[in-house]
Design a protein. Sequence first.
Length: 474
Amino acid sequence: MEVWKHNLARLKTFKKKFGHCNVPSQWKEDLTLSRWVENIRNQKHQLPKPLKEELTAMGFNFDYNVIDDWDVMYEKLRAFYRKFGHTEVSPDDAEQELLSSWVKQQRLSHKRLSPEHIRKLDEIEFIWELRRPHYTAQWLRGFERLKAYYHEFGNSRIAWRDSKHSDLFEWSRSQIKRYKGGKLSEDKIRLLNSIEFDWNAGRKKIEEEKWLKKYEELKKFKSTYGHCKVPIRQRALYAWVNINRIKENLLSEDHRKKLNDLGFEWSDQIQNRRGENWDAMYNKLKAFYKKHGHIKVTKRMNPKLHRWLMAQEEKVSITKYRREKLEALGMVWRKDRKKKRDAQWNVMYNKLKKFYLDNGHFVVPIKNQELRGWLDNLKVWNKTLTDAQKQKLKAIKFDFTWRRADYFRLRWDKRYEELKKFKKEFGHAKPSKRTGAYTSLGLWIAWQRKNRHRLSTEQVNKLNRLGFDWLDKK
């Protein structure tokens, strides 16, 4: 209860001084009181009735909003601006103590303010950076010195080497920086314009020197190669050439004349030349089509025409007119080719799947050249397959490490199991290779005897366990 009485007394003092109980949020002058008031509003439904009545009696607004607080303080600042012509509220002014604190708070919370609040403050030329007192007076003193310089020398451009006016040079440079950052008020801009202030102080001369330096590089390039078509590998000069093409209409007459004298090609000229080149290459492609009946130009047939045709496929945008002309010759675009390739992949996959289900392995015989060739390519394409394609292959247990030797091993194991079954049924492991139902098994046994040196130790041991007779008794 003691804390309540203490804070209530401080709130009464605040009201007596400012005429209301709306203590600003995060008020630096009395942060404890500010937080206490916020807590009262947040917990108004839990506040005992006698305490709530006591606050209501002194005009406390439980529904007061911070936004309303901002608008009230903004109106006070706007009235101050109308009266004094600026928003630099001095913290030493006892009558404006609350407003000065609020102004300081806006600067500190600049990045958190809404765009609407920032716009309102900009309308009254609010200065966002913290300033020393008498800021306006100091600015005017700097301006008067620059004005005197203007009347003496006829301009307001101060060289950076001018040690006598070095402080005035720094002052001018700070005005340029503030102007480019949009932080210089309109009245100050008007005053500086009245003395022909150079907002690009020294920059024009620097830019001209840079331009002439690059021009000399282009001039040297022309004398070496006989043209101004700078390749992209000379990045700096290539970029400068392109910038001048883009800014053709913004260049001075002198710059345009210098470039024209070098035989410089402008954008419209390049466009026309490229159009002529395209038509010439298209006519070559058309002649190729008439001769061969297709436009599948290989690198060996015609390297230049092949490169041009590949470039047309890779172009993100191409005019409708050119697209139709190429399609009339049977052009298949890259995206369409990919769709066709994916469809063909699915057809071959289904064939491989059927082969696996029928045979239990992936060793395709030589007579099935189509599937065998595709399977060989599949191992090469391993790294370029899509996730969906890999999942399909995984579903049929396809292994990229599968070798033909694995197939022969599986076939041997199958025959061995047949021999094992034969012995169990007939009591020996000597099926006839000439007559009967087991001739193929008999032939396999004959091959084992003849090629014992090719068998692995494990295979020999397996046959021995069956009591295999290695001597070929005819």
